[in-house]
Design a protein around this ligand. Structure first.
Ligand code: PMP
Ligand code: GLU
Length: 398
């Protein structure tokens, strides 16, 4: 059949995280007991007071379009959150609410990146960043920050990567897929480099802000020297267990916020009205649910670090946030079992899915060859069972 798809679409790769989750669901539908550590989303249900606000919104007829950038009281509540938790002052006009942080990121990239402009992406990185840059016809400049440097970009690496064509740095902290968190001194050192390059903007993906095991989250927007060049991306998906509600937002310099609103006004309109009322309850209600979930994730982090550490040959990082771990499994590559040779981390993840019935994602999709990404947003019992299965399965490789 004739290919009718645009070059833009043909160049796009599917989301590997969703692809593995789909495979895991297919096996589950066949009655196989699969433990799913592929897609990253909290296993908790949305807190009751948030659900109640959504139910009320339905009864109160929040069935109409919202303003394109979001309801004014939600944008006000986001400004209050930024002031209360991050000591950042924004006006509601600088906030744009969208259908998830994914759309927020895509809005920003499409709004500021022109053909050929460079976006520096430290790797390992989340699978969608390079694809979004591709959509904008920008150029991606990957900078590899391996496990030996805790998967964090150094100021020197950044300095060496910046060229006159660099338009933005995409920084994710706490990070998916590594769980690394940049400390205040580390961010300060990155800011010192950026101060020398006034053309470079920072897209700060802080969607995992609340799942942080080192204490108070530090936003790169808190550094006055570059604040007018920082776009903060955040949302309710992870911290409030609201992935399916699809609410994300940006806090940005006015010109960029207005551009994102313009784009969204022609593309999707405002985010779901009912979900926005739920997000308002999340930001203005009791915050105890956030710390309770974080405590559970931290306990699971400790469990998985210990159990993976007992598997011979793995190099295990200690995540400081989010709910991912990215062990280096390269010592198992090149080995075989049952006539099948495991060459890449993607092969290894397929082998583990088929033999151990545990779904995880090969690091290749994240620019982390030789690694596996495991999401530990599952019960403690399932973590223990999954890692025991992985251990037994890796032992069979010869
Ligand atoms: N950024 C990162 C690093 C993520 O892992 C995710 C998870 N999908 C997103 C953004 C998008 O979040 P949302 O579900 O709010 O679109
Ligand atoms: N961010 C999650 C993950 O990385 C959800 C899936 C996605 O949006 O790609 O697994």
């Amino acid at each position: 059949m004739k290919n009718i798809l645009s070059a833009r679409l043909t160049a796009l790769s599917p989301s590997e995280t969703f692809a593995m989750a789909q495979k895991s669901n297919e096996l589950k539908a066949l009655g196989i007991d699969v433990i799913n550590m592929s897609v990253g989303e909290p296993d908790f249900t949305t807190p009751d007071h948030i659900k109640e606000a959504a139910k009320k919104a339905v009864d109160d007829n929040y069935s109409f379009y919202s303003p394109v950038a979001g309801f004014p009281d939600l944008r006000e509540a986001i400004c209050d959150k930024l002031s209360r938790e991050n000591s950042l002052k924004y006006t509601p006009a600088q906030i744009v609410v969208s259908g998830g942080a994914k759309q927020s990121l895509c809005n920003v990239i499409l709004s500021i990146i022109d053909k050929g402009e460079e976006v520096i992406i430290p790797t390992p990185c989340w699978v969608s960043y390079p694809e979004m840059v591709k959509l904008a016809e920008g150029t991606t400049l990957f900078v590899y920050a391996g496990i030996g440097q805790n998967y964090k970009l150094t100021p020197r690496q950044l300095e060496e990567a910046i060229t006159p064509a660099t338009k933005a740095l995409l920084l994710c902290s706490p990070s998916n897929p590594t769980g690394s968190v940049y400390t205040e001194p580390e961010l300060a050192a990155i800011v010192r480099v950026l101060e020398k390059h006034p053309q470079v903007y920072v897209i700060a993906d802080e969607i995992y802000e609340h799942i942080n095991y080192i204490g108070q989250h530090v936003s790169i927007a808190q550094f006055d020297a570059i604040r007018d060049r920082v776009i903060v991306v955040n949302g309710v998906s992870k911290g409030y267990a609201m992935t399916g509600w699809r609410i994300g937002w940006i806090a940005a310099p006015q010109q960029i916020a207005s551009a994102c609103s313009l784009l969204q006004g022609q593309y999707t309109s405002g985010a779901s009205s009912v979900s926005q009322r739920a997000a308002l309850a999340a930001y203005s209600g009791d915050q105890r649910c956030v710390s309770e979930m974080r405590t559970a994730f931290e306990r699971r982090r400790n469990l998985i670090v210990k159990q993976l550490g007992e598997i011979p040959g793995l190099k295990v990082n200690i995540p400081m946030g989010a709910f991912y771990i990215l062990p280096d499994c390269s010592c198992y590559l090149g080995r075989s079992y049952g006539g099948k040779r495991v060459q890449t981390a993607a092969d290894l993840s397929m082998y583990i899915l088929e033999e151990a019935h545990v779904a995880c994602v090969g690091g290749d999709a994240f620019g982390a060859p030789g690694c596996l990404r495991l999401s530990y947003a599952i019960s403690d019992a399932n973590i223990t069972e999954a890692i025991a299965r992985i251990k037994r399965t890796l032992e069979k490789l010869a």
